[in-house]
Write a new protein. Structure first.
Length: 134
């Protein structure tokens, strides 16, 4: 309850969270995430609701990178579609330059700043809009 009461004050201070790097080993190889999130000062709206959440997302900044073994993604994908291939699903992301696949590792860099998304240095606002349902 204390955290809930203090959360608006905390968020109004422009907090920054850094996860650098987070690595995990699995049977498929190593996964690596390097991530920094920050919220603009005084971005916390007076009242929470759908518009307030969109305002918070709009004042969020994210920088980072991601590396995942393709075999891990394929194994997870096969659980939902045994006849398909993760490479087919990733083809658009690769074609747009949003992700790369090299040596069986999927990689991307992420830069999201106040409503604008770049993946691997390429504008990816269309992908963001698709994910958020706009």
């Amino acid at each position: 309850r204390v955290l809930t009461n203090q959360l608006p004050q905390l968020l109004s201070q422009g907090p920054r969270l850094r996860l650098a790097p987070f690595t995990a080993e699995s049977e498929f190889g190593a996964s690596r995430v390097d991530l920094a999130l920050s919220l603009a000062p005084n971005a916390m709206p007076a009242e929470m609701g759908p518009l307030a959440i969109l305002a918070l997302i709009g004042s969020l900044s994210i920088e980072g990178s991601l590396q995942l073994p393709l075999a891990m993604l394929e194994a997870q994908y096969q659980q939902t579609d045994p006849t398909g291939s993760i490479e087919q699903e990733l083809a658009l992301l690769v074609a747009e330059g949003w992700v790369t696949i090299e040596d069986e590792i999927l990689s991307t860099t992420i830069n999201y700043d106040r409503g604008r998304l770049e993946l691997n240095g390429q504008p990816a606002d269309a992908l963001l809009n698709l994910l958020l349902g706009f």
